[in-house]
Design a protein around this ligand. Sequence first.
Ligand code: SAM
Ligand code: MD0
Ligand code: SF4
Length: 331
Amino acid sequence: MLQLTKDDIINYLKNDELTDELFKMARETRKRIFGDKIFLYGFVYFSTWCRNNCSFCYYRRDNDIERYRKSKEEVLDIADRLVASGVNLIDLTMGEDAQYHAEDFETAVSIIREIKKQGVPVMVSPGVVGKKVIDRFAEAGADFYALYQETYNRELFKKLRIAQDFDERLECKKYAKQKGLLIEDGILVGIGENEEDIAEALLQMGNIGASQVRAMSFVPQDGTPMEEFKTPKRDMEFKIIALMRLLYPKVLIPASLDVDGILGLEKRVDAGANVVTSIIPPKTGLMGVAQGTMDVDEGGRTFKEATAILEKMGLRAATKEEYKSYIGGLK
Ligand code: SAM
Ligand code: MD0
Ligand code: SF4
């Protein structure tokens, strides 16, 4: 395995002439570990209520927007549709909804149990929760706990995640891992970070033992303090994906459809990603996060559309068994 130092990472991030070689090495590394298979995740953003005020997020508390909270029955119906369409995992995501905190996540735990009964892997992305709640997610059979640090630059974190605690967020992930959950970490790209910050974040994700690591380019959102910020050119996100592949050949790395929609898939897979995320069934009223509606009701963020692109690239969708045995090996 290629040992990259922090200086090596910064060098790759700064020097475009190294990029083609970087992507080539990342693709070869993915092929060596995963062959031609790519994993695909269904995304169920079941509550867009949130008690936090992250400066980058459309769903921040103070943004005057329409919000929804799907019922247990609606969530299970949508999960069934996604599983029937072929996805390998269901990502249950929510804002830090005070109603769920008030009921100690009773509904979320029962939803996880129901989906697990069908033998489908589940990821939970509820934001920061207490240790008891993580215990309950683990008991209910959740496989992954996703919580993105966004940056490992503490000053930048304060500006992004207003009134939230950097260490609390980090400890939450570490506790979930202790409890036997796989963890996903992630960073935002284009929010004022420099190459040093990115390199530090990539190394920290390894230190906490994340089994899935991601980078998402920042997308400005109406009604937020960062609405006038520019979205970054995508080459930095692609370089980060490739560096993650070289640093951690066996990890899962998303190509999210939630940044540039279905048209953004090929470049991210070409950079070494091996999971298509943010697959949302059309006409269910479900939203994305960074791209709330892009390609959703047109049926562009579906298993079928993503698989067609993968096959054109000489790749294929992994089977449910292949995914389950893979994450089984990570635990
Ligand atoms: N509420 C939970 C939380 O914050 O951990 C889970 C959902 S949250 C919406 C998921 C992630 O979406 C954030 O951690 C952030 O990385 C990403 N995200 C949110 N707004 C974004 C934006 N405007 N551009 C790019 N990514 C964004
Ligand atoms: C994605 N839209 O995979 C989803 C979301 C949260 N666990 C995931 C950001 O890009
Ligand atoms: Fe809420 Fe998550 Fe958005 Fe922050 S990123 S405002 S916690 S939904």
